[in-house]
Design a protein around this ligand. Structure first.
Ligand SMILES: *Cc1c(COP(=O)(O)O)cnc(C)c1O
Length: 221
């Protein structure tokens, strides 16, 4: 049952903890990434002041406009990129973000590898997998994960796990379970999966990172 006296952040954290407990895990083992895309700094500040330290954006340019001032003002805030990344934005992304969830193709491996060499900064990445084999969706094909992982390794990119956005309008659990199996087969132990509508399911199936926007900030315009 929802407890109306909780803030959205407290509510989401409590739900993560409950889902983790059901799976015999600890809520603290799940990183909550607050997805602040489309929301202005004034909306983000209260969440930082409430104690949230990890945020996600899906566009490099929007993040460049909003975040440098916030990062200067608040210590210990980490920024994750969860949206598709164009190769020509790789250098900007490596400078600004602490983690990239959308490594999905060989040309981006090469751009990010060069950008990390140039910046002298190794940014951990997730390989995004097109888990529902959808035509229009970002992410590499399941069959391409091993080759992409090997080329990322050769390029000096630290790949820590797999990420997915399952198809809309259909139960997400089988896709989360499939991503977990592919990660295990690939020797990767982090899983970026679960959004506002399904993060509890994702946590029960092993998510180490959940990406939650509207449940924290309200609906986007
Ligand atoms: C917007 C977005 C989210 C958050 O979505 P909500 O449904 O608002 O929680 C998570 N992951 C990615 C990749 C997104 O683009």
């Amino acid at each position: 049952m929802d407890q109306p006296d909780l803030t959205p952040l407290q509510d989401v954290r409590a739900r993560i903890a409950r889902a983790a407990a059901i799976a015999g895990r600890k809520g603290d083992d799940v990183e909550l990434i607050a997805i602040s895309k489309t929301h202005a700094a004034e909306r983000i500040v209260p969440l930082i002041e409430e104690g949230q330290r990890v945020f996600g954006e899906n566009r490099v340019q929007e993040a460049q406009e909003k975040w440098p001032a916030l990062l200067e003002r608040y210590e210990g805030v980490k920024l994750h990129l969860v949206g598709q990344l164009q190769s020509n934005k790789a250098e900007d992304a490596v400078r600004l973000f602490d983690c990239i969830h959308s490594l999905d193709r060989p040309s981006l491996v090469s751009a990010l590898g060069k950008a990390m060499d140039k910046a002298g900064r190794r940014v951990p990445c997730f390989i995004q997998v097109n888990i529902g084999d959808e035509e229009q969706k970002g992410g590499c094909a399941i069959a391409e994960v091993p080759a992409l992982l090997a080329s990322a390794h050769d390029a000096g990119i630290p790949v820590t796990g797999l990420m997915c956005v399952p198809p809309l309008g259909i139960e997400a659990a089988p896709f989360f379970a499939l991503l977990a199996r592919i990660a295990a087969e690939s020797g990767l132990d982090q899983l970026s999966m679960g959004m506002s509508d399904d993060f509890e399911t994702a946590v029960m199936l092993g998510a180490t990172h959940v990406r939650v926007g509207s449940a924290l900030f309200g609906a986007r315009r």
